[in-house]
Design a binder for this molecule. Sequence first.
Ligand code: C2E
Ligand code: CA
Ligand code: CA
Ligand code: CA
Length: 278
Amino acid sequence: AKAEGRGRFKYFSEELTRGARERIALEARLRRAIAQNELRVHYQPQVEIKSGRITGAEALVRWQHPEEGLIPPVRFIPVAEETGLIDAIGTWVLRETCRQGKAWLDAGMAPVTLAVNVSPYQIRHGDIAAMTAKILAETGYPAEWLELELTESALMEREGEAVEILQRIRALGVRLALDDFGTGYSSLAYLKRFPLDVLKIDKSFVDDIPHLRDDMEIAATIVAMGHTLRFKVLAEGVETEEQLAFLVSQGCDYYQGYLKSRPVPAEDFLKWLVPLSS
Ligand code: C2E
Ligand code: CA
Ligand code: CA
Ligand code: CA
């Protein structure tokens, strides 16, 4: 029995080592990918419901691997988050998005709000406000057309400082969205003090509209509560006309989802931009 136990231990430790080795290998490949310019930003339109116009886009990172093709963020963001590489990736995505946004403005396009994801790691370890200020200055992109998406859980981790972190970002003139709303543990007491512009209803509450009464009630409640707190409300993951119709009936302000478009490369997003007073 003893020998068997040792054998099992050895087996598990080899497994762990393999997991760790794979993580280190992926980390090294990711570092190279950043250096060799293999990351891409795709843009998913955000639609203002009352006008039907595309008023913004969420910037979403992809890894254009020379052999493996386009790798989705679920395959590398978790490791990047664990190893801290997300800092470099997040900074790159923000800079690239602001650079692209400025190029569109310089080409005479009417501005849209570009939304960039900020990871929990960046909230925990970085000075997001300072980094954002630096990139806005570097790229010349106007702060008022930038939105940062933060998650509830990242903010709750920094309870005491959360409001201050948000205020520092807001002071730059940058807008703030609370991502994946409803999935973290939300304290209404904190939410009410957060200087936010937008609440993003998590896709999981949108998926089963119009089949699950409970999810419909949760979505409706988030819209009403968001409005009470004077936030705009955006529903994510909208795939069907029925889902959209329900959200419209509840007074939701914006939506984002495959119904309008998947995230697309910058060249393809250009078709939705409108030249300024031509
Ligand atoms: P997220 O921030 O919640 O982004 C929304 C995700 O939902 C995106 O997946 C988007 O493509 C997907 N989506 C949007 N509409 C629909 C829909 O109608 N149906 C379905 N099935 N999916 C929809 P994506 O691009 O694969 O990104 C996944 C996650 O990876 C993001 O979730 C975010 O947490 C993370 N991520 C992506 N880019 C970045 C980044 O630059 N920085 C950080 N920190 N995280 C990122
Ligand atoms: Ca997001
Ligand atoms: Ca989200
Ligand atoms: Ca999500």
